[in-house]
Ligand binder design. Structure first.
Ligand SMILES: *Cc1c(COP(=O)(O)O)cnc(C)c1O
Length: 429
């Protein structure tokens, strides 16, 4: 066997893919390269990318500006430990993040993935209350249908059903859950809609460090779009009951929803904010947890006087350099207009799905389009069906969804939505 050319067999034998079985009959497609909005498979065929590699590849693949940022940085330093040392790309990125996120977030902690950014956020909240002598405040409230990552603490605040909490019940921390907001995007939200959250906070605030939620768009836990009013009311309840608010903008950050950050729909700020995914334009793994000066100072000025976390690859210079370039690229582009255009093309392109007997709901927000089916898909058949249409779409459960790179042309977007219409209409009813 030649390891350069015959590697596909090795993948099948040795590599475990995300959320998959080693015995799976769901195909895994070998990729040769990716450029712009196209993924080129080993067999030479090209797929239009409808996933942005899980919310990440904002500017598409193989972008000259991002390539240059990485190679330039590579020539000076690919990595250096962050304990006791620092570097320009990290400092620049921190200052940019402080500038562009809702006030008054001011201290930035870098980490290497979204899940870790969530762990860090949860530890910050616990350490903050501990520093104030409130050592009982160590639990969290989250929304059902939420998704916050796969490590243990992050998993404990994911939806208990889709997160399969039952599998890990003996070791997973029990958190508090409220139902996913019933008031949908652009709808008002009554006191009744927020009553469950109020009740938990009323009863248990002495044990609760923070409410954690994905603002406006619940991503991998269900692709729900909910009311900005709910977010405003949740913020007020957190203040009323002395509980912090953690906004997980790992999926929503950097323009995907039409706002730079989804918190802006409600004009609120969180006490702690997590970003990741498209932070580097999909080039490298990097995440950040931002908090207020009050929280970072309180942790720093009280025993043990330090924040207890520090990943080996914290603030990797290559990742920070490409993040700086990606944010600049976004800011220099007319991204609001692009998202608006994508939004209207997704809405018109997917509209006819509503009438299919297989379909429960169609919804679009910003550059996110969702077709919710009545039954879960069979990945074994639907995945090749999309590839046959020349597109890359990766459904989960009952959800077929699109979040294309923001650079996608109208023609490619039309191919993408036509493919969804075709594949969904061919599903058994
Ligand atoms: C993807 C995601 C995470 C986890 O990020 P990883 O980089 O996969 O660890 C956390 N929260 C949200 C909202 C996400 O979409």
């Amino acid at each position: 066997m030649n390891k350069q050319t015959d590697w596909i067999g090795y993948d099948k034998n040795y590599v475990w893919h995300p959320y998959s079985s080693m015995n799976s009959e769901v195909p895994v497609f070998p990729v040769a390269s990716a450029s712009g909005v196209k993924i080129k498979l080993q067999d030479g065929s090209e797929l239009i990318d409808g996933m942005s590699s899980w919310w990440c590849a904002l500017h598409g693949y193989n972008h000259p500006v991002l390539n240059k940022a990485v190679t330039d940085q590579l020539h000076s330093m690919s990595h250096i430990m962050f304990g006791g040392l620092t570097h320009q790309p990290a400092a620049q990125l921190a200052s940019t993040l402080v500038e562009i996120t809702p006030q008054p977030l001011q201290t930035v902690f870098f980490s290497d993935s979204g899940s870790v950014a969530v762990e860090v956020a949860m530890k910050m909240a616990i350490q903050y209350w501990g520093a104030l002598g409130q050592t009982k405040k160590q639990r969290f409230v989250s929304l059902r249908s939420g998704y916050h990552g796969d490590t243990f603490a992050a998993m404990s605040v994911c939806d208990p059903v889709t997160g399969m909490h039952s599998l890990f019940s003996e070791t997973l921390t029990q958190q508090f859950f409220v139902d996913s907001p019933r008031c949908l995007f652009n709808e008002p939200c009554s006191d009744n809609d927020i009553a469950a959250l109020r009740k938990i906070l009323e009863d248990s605030h002495q044990q609760i460090a923070a409410v954690i939620l994905e603002p406006i768009v619940q991503g991998a836990g269900g692709m729900h779009f909910y009311s900005a009013d709910y977010l405003i009311k949740a913020r007020q309840l957190c203040d009323e009951f002395n509980v912090l608010l953690i906004a997980d903008e790992i999926a929503t950050g950097f323009g995907r929803t039409g706002k730079l950050f989804a918190c802006e729909f409600a004009n609120i700020s969180a006490d702690i904010l997590c970003v990741g995914k498209s932070l580097t334009g999909g080039y490298m793994t990097l995440a950040a947890t931002l908090t207020t000066e009050n929280i970072s100072r309180t942790i720093s000025e009280n025993p043990p006087g330090v924040f207890m976390h520090g990943p080996t690859f914290m603030a990797n210079p290559l990742a920070c350099a490409v993040a700086n370039a990606s944010i600049k690229l976004l800011q220099d582009s007319d991204w609001q207009q692009k998202v608006k255009t994508i939004e209207s093309l997704l809405a018109s392109g997917l509209a006819q799905c509503v009438d299919f007997p297989q379909v429960e709901d169609v919804r679009v927000l910003g550059a996110i389009g969702v077709v919710e089916l009545k039954h879960p898909v069979d990945m074994k058949t639907i995945q090749p069906a999309f590839v046959e249409q020349g597109v890359w779409v990766r459904p989960f459960g009952k959800l077929v969804y699109l979040m294309p790179p923001l650079i996608m042309s109208e023609v490619d977007l039309k191919t993408l939505t036509d493919a969804v219409v075709k594949v969904v209409s061919d599903l058994p009813g």
